[in-house]
Design a protein around this ligand. Structure first.
Ligand SMILES: [Fe+2]
Length: 120
């Protein structure tokens, strides 16, 4: 545990450090895969890059489950259609976006459309 820091904050620190390392590994493998001349080495590096993505996403899922605010942000932004900055405006109730009360109905509507389109 870090000095003077709660167990919860320490675990979040471990998760964030791990996420940074996984994303750095994704970047490293991605650049090496692009530069590698041997086709089999390129294939291995792409495989390894994709495994690092899996590791990163597992940490993000842990953060979603254990950090309420992080989970809320993911709920607002992940698997949505349209402009990403536009989602913020919708969530914040700007630019004629639905009021706070209407917003969750709008978000749920757009989410269910997304899920439906994935099933097709
Ligand atoms: Fe990894």
């Amino acid at each position: 545990m870090l000095n003077g820091v709660s167990k919860k904050a320490t675990d979040l620190d471990f998760a964030i450090q791990s996420l940074k390392e996984e994303l750095q590994a994704v970047d490293d493998y991605n650049q090496r895969a692009e530069m590698a001349e041997d086709p089999e080495l390129k294939e291995i590096l792409i495989h390894n890059r994709n495994e690092e993505m899996e590791h990163a996403v597992m940490v993000i899922e842990w953060m979603r489950r254990n950090e309420f605010e992080f989970g809320k942000e993911l709920e607002d932004y992940i698997f949505r259609q349209g402009k990403i900055v536009g989602i913020e405006a919708q969530v914040m109730g700007r630019d004629g976006a639905p009021s706070k009360g209407e917003e969750s109905k709008e978000l749920n509507k757009s989410r269910s459309l997304n899920i439906g389109s994935l099933k097709k």
